[in-house]
Design a protein around this ligand. Structure first.
Ligand SMILES: NC(=O)c1ccc[n+]([C@@H]2O[C@H](COP(=O)([O-])OP(=O)(O)OC[C@H]3O[C@@H](n4cnc5c(N)ncnc54)[C@H](OP(=O)(O)O)[C@@H]3O)[C@@H](O)[C@H]2O)c1
Length: 274
């Protein structure tokens, strides 16, 4: 049996989740959504056939799971909107980067809150989500939340304290892969390859390398060793990347994303206290 789901804030991530749920077999009448703009409301109704409201209270009404997918800075305002309409037992499933479960508990009481960090490959059912229970979320709430997010990819349960790191690694991760794709394509064009060919080579190489990582069970180090012969081309390229500080750069980038996630959460909490 599917949980009925209200998606409060059906933008890029919330809209992707709604489409994923429909692909996974949820019925249109099991999903409702809320947005702010009339134009977006009409677009979603046309695309999904679900009920879409400009009022989050209307979308929330009677639903078993409320997915919060507004920007972190918009969470406090959303909470003041739904506070009076929230019914005990409704599971709050927050996707907002950095926002702690205690912010929801402070406003909704002993609510079962589950905090999650998905990523955009959810759009093609290849997402991965870190999931953590708040103080009042038991096994049933976790199972409901996991079932919803499993519609668009894999789910890993963990302690809430790890979620800012998840944001920095897999939440933000697709952008790192896209930046690598851009840089590699430009380098390919500089090496004389026509752009169309360069793009095909790069996109399929990244997809193929990902498939090898997931499907062989070998470590990235082992897979890299397989294609690195002494004095060969890969050795020459990797030497440049290592010498110019590739690893340190990645480490600093991930640290910056984690710090930003903590900052966004702290700001949402400050706003919530005002
Ligand atoms: N995108 C990602 O890669 C990603 C990954 C993991 C987690 N997340 C998290 O997902 C959340 C949403 O991100 P996003 O990229 O999807 O943002 P987005 O595209 O800006 O979507 C936010 C949506 O919330 C709606 N909204 C804001 N306040 C509202 C309110 N009070 N009532 C009803 N609707 C409201 C907006 O409506 P209008 O469109 O009408 O303005 C918009 O559709 C963020 O908290 C983010 O941290 C995103």
């Amino acid at each position: 049996m599917h949980s009925t789901v209200a998606i409060l804030g059906a933008g890029a991530m919330g809209g992707a989740l709604a489409s994923g749920l429909l692909r996974a077999g949820w019925e249109k009448n099991e999903i409702s959504m809320a947005v702010r703009r009339e134009e977006r409301r009409r677009e979603l109704i046309e695309r999904t056939g679900c009920a879409v409201s400009l009022d989050p209270v209307e979308a929330l009404d009677g639903k078993e799971v409320a997915v919060v997918a507004v920007k972190p800075r918009d969470v406090p305002h959303l909470l003041t909107q739904i506070q009076g309409a929230y019914r005990p037992g409704q599971v709050i499933l927050s996707l907002a980067a950095g926002v702690p479960t205690r912010l929801y508990e402070a406003s909704l009481g002993e609510a079962p809150v589950v905090r999650a960090m998905p990523n955009t490959p959810a759009l093609v059912d290849e997402g991965i989500t870190g999931l953590a229970a708040g103080r009042f979320a038991g096994q049933e709430a976790l199972a409901r939340a996991e079932r919803v997010l499993s519609a668009v990819g894999q789910v890993i349960q963990m302690e809430e304290s790890l979620l800012d790191a998840v944001t920095a690694v897999s939440g933000t991760g697709p952008a790192y892969a896209f930046l690598l794709a851009e840089a590699l394509t430009e380098a390919a064009v500089r090496e004389g390859l026509p752009r169309q060919i360069a793009e095909r080579l790069v996109h399929q190489t990244i997809k193929g390398a990902g498939a090898l990582l997931v499907e062989t069970g070998l470590s990235p180090f082992e897979l890299r060793a397989q294609v690195t012969s002494p004095g060969g081309t890969t050795a020459a390229a990797v030497h440049v990347l290592e010498e110019r500080g590739f690893r340190a750069l990645v480490e600093d980038a991930v640290r910056a994303a984690g710090d930003r996630s903590r900052e966004l959460g702290a700001r949402a909490e400050e706003d919530g206290e005002r």
